[in-house]
Design a protein around this ligand. Sequence first.
Ligand code: ADP
Ligand code: MG
Length: 723
Amino acid sequence: MPKRRCAPRDCSGPANSIVSGTMRPDVLNPLFASVATLAGVGPKTAILFEKALAPSHGTPARVADLLFHLPRSGIDRRDRPKIMSAPRDQIVLIEAKVIEHRPPGSRNARAPYRVIVEDETGDMALVFFLANHQWIERSLPLGAKRWISGKIELWDGHLQMVHPDKVLDEAALAKLPPVEPIYGLTEGLTQRAVQKAAEGALAKLPDLPEWIDAPLVAQRRWPTFKAALQAIHRPDSTAAFDPQNPARLRLAYDELLASQVALGLMRARMKKLGGRPSIGTDALAQKILAALPFSLTGAQQEALAEIRADLASNERMLRLVQGDVGSGKTIVALLAMATMVEAGRQAAMMAPTEILARQHYERMLPLCEAARMKLALLTGRDKAAERKKTLAALETGDIDIVVGTHALFQEAVAFKDLGLAVVDEQHRFGVHQRLALGSKGDCVDVLVMTATPIPRTLVLTYFGDMDVSVLREKPAGRQPIDTRAIPLERLDEVVAGIGRAIKAGARAYWVCPLVDENEELDLAAATERAEVLRQFFGDRVGLIHGQMKGAEKDAAMEAFQRGQTSVLVATTVIEVGVDVPEATIMVIEHAERFGLAQLHQLRGRVGRGKDRSTCLLLYKAPLGEVSEARIAIMRESEDGFRIAEEDLKLRGEGEVLGTRQSGTPGFRLASLDVHGALLPVARDDARMIVEKDPELASERGKAVRALLYLFERDEAVKLLRAG
Ligand code: ADP
Ligand code: MG
């Protein structure tokens, strides 16, 4: 047996320890120190910073996190609006004369202290609750001219400014920066505190060597990394807040470059470590094909041919199979695994949920039996004795193919000779997990399957330069799905219609809405809906939700699969991959609350059999503009690729991947909406770096290492050493 060159290197010595930071260039140390090292930031404020900066790594907020917390907007202090015409509800700086003090009366000490100021357009009251009278008298002497900053509002017919954030005399005004940055905050944290801390952080920012290709910097007239951060945190005009500002573009590019280099290094390393061709005999695959009630589509055959060529080559496979819901990815995966088994090795398939793992297992079992392959299921729910048996059989090679959840990459799982890892519905797993499974054998080929047709730009972002097979064609005989939008007021009619349909033997999913992204409320809504429907259809109604125990979920799913229940009320747990070809009705309640990709995925649960299917989008009127556009696209198209692209336009790329947060997940400075055009540039640059200097040993290579650390893509640096 060959040496296990692909084993994970985490345990192979302190030099590889990322946590200790031993390989991190020393110049970066000040940036990796806690924000508590900054003047004026105590332990309590440090906790607030952690919240506001939301560092992803679960460690204390660091100076670098603060620097990457870019101000969203700013106030130009050179704008001096007049009292009457100043914009409301936005911080302004007003020049005014103090004309009257109205301290609270002695009978009502809790009333605010008011100071009236005026300019040539009118007057307003400065309002101080629980005021320090001495401070007010000192700072706002009668008759003096002052520059006052805060939000003006209309209250009871009068203009007022509650607790101005600044009261300045002429000397203090002169010291004010021309443009004051405004940061995202968290409760308890003030603008001043962040501004001060950001100043402190800038002071610690070292000069770093340039990691971007010099001609590119010159051509785009980008500032250096340091100058870019300075320009944004110490803006000299509000242009600094424009996302297309050169400083912002540069920082976005830095982040994209870091991610592309990291992905590139991983890919290069995986490819380099390949070198075990696995060539099948086609014997097992033929038996599977013979047992199938259908023949493969052209797209499936093509994808399979590409995969087999990868498996046979002596480079490591890193391939993404992109296929719309219902395009038939599972059978492609099974045939690929059969090829690996023909070559005398094992294969594993990882699904994101128990339900899916079990479903794959049940679907594949008869086919594996027909081909005399040993198939096993491994999930977190297995009984100890059973699990022990499965693990032992995997290690001796008695099991050919194992299907499971993330339980598959736990340490105790060892294979005799794992050759292929298939990861289904990839976007639920991180790069880490993908690597973890890939490291469970000797040069494991990796096949990733995504149900969401991800636009090319996103493939790049998330998967780097993976090879891609696309299943654009759907199996023949699929009928179009009749998609209708119906306001919730007509629920009665919908229920009556479902009643008629199930009497005629139909099966329906009924998906309940997300309520404020709150699982408990989700659950309440689904439970309530099931109860209402039970009043009509009795025990024909099943319920499935994310908080049910695994066995309960299986039971609910099985009852629906077998037709014991006709209506399956569900929270979005059914979103991913469930396959019940007999189901022909999909009701999505509060469709306006779902993203387009999610709607498409949900709808894809029907239209899988020979009978005509219907999708009812129940919405609450009136629809907002975006929801209306989404529903219109759903009615118009069933092409997942088109829908994904429309989705990208409507909502930003976070939604396309089914994550609900706005912005681009995993990125802090780059947003693909705005900076997407930089991505191919970063990819090409990264490719060149990785090709020319795979060890990052040159001057520029060293600079790029610093970049990887800065953006926490240093896992990739670890790979260099592991060579
Ligand atoms: P997905 O790509 O969404 O994972 P599945 O692999 O679950 O899709 O396949 C959807 C359904 O289509 C399954 O019931 C499967 O048996 C069926 N199917 C797959 N390939 C074909 C084909 N070539 N012809 C007809 N039906 C197919
Ligand atoms: Mg699937």
